[in-house]
Design a protein around this ligand. Structure first.
Ligand code: CUA
Length: 178
């Protein structure tokens, strides 16, 4: 289990326990015996309790927000001078990449298009794990960014059936050490 998955599992367990405790408290509060005289209800105490619950709910939401924000894939800048560019074109039945080499540890912005029909741009590492994929569509460039941490040769596999040689539509590019 990788550290991120473990952190998510722990967070999930904590949230489950908190939710269970919360539900038990709510259940208890609604099953408490009522005072015998209805008109003796202390509305000021009830109002105070409501405020306390509101504070608890806000605090819980705040904790959840702070705890889960690191796992969101957003927050990357909309582009910087520091990133690398790679143009990718899919054609029956090959991948054209320009340039054919990039550097590890620095964000790559892929601009993916197709020269004839729709293709599927899928990038795999040497363990055959897919890192990302995006459609390659004629006349509609798609942008996607990725940062390769490990140097090596990566494989591009077509993920959209595009003709008789679709299964042979495989390419590679090199990620140089930083
Ligand atoms: Cu290109 Cu399948």
């Amino acid at each position: 289990m990788n550290p991120t998955a473990l952190a998510i599992a722990i967070l999930y367990a904590v949230v489950c326990v908190l939710a269970t405790v919360f539900l038990l408290i709510v259940w208890r509060s609604t099953h408490r015996r009522r005072p015998s005289q209805e008109d003796s209800t202390d509305t000021r105490r009830l109002a105070h309790g409501e405020k306390a619950w509101f504070a608890v709910a806000i605090a819980l939401l705040g904790v959840l927000l702070v705890a889960t924000i690191p796992f969101t894939p957003y927050g990357e800048g909309a582009g910087s001078d520091d990133e690398q560019q790679m143009a990718v074109e899919g054609v029956q039945f090959a991948w054209i990449t320009d340039p054919g080499e990039i550097t590890a540890g620095k964000k790559v912005r892929f601009t993916v298009t197709a020269g004839d029909v729709n293709h599927g741009f899928g990038v795999y590492n040497d363990d055959n794990v897919m890192l990302m994929q995006v459609q390659a569509v004629p006349d509609h460039p798609t942008e996607v960014t990725y940062t390769f941490k490990k140097p090596g040769r990566y494989q591009i596999v077509c993920l959209e059936f595009c003709g008789v040689n679709h299964h042979n539509m495989v390419g590679t590019f090199l990620v140089r050490p930083a």
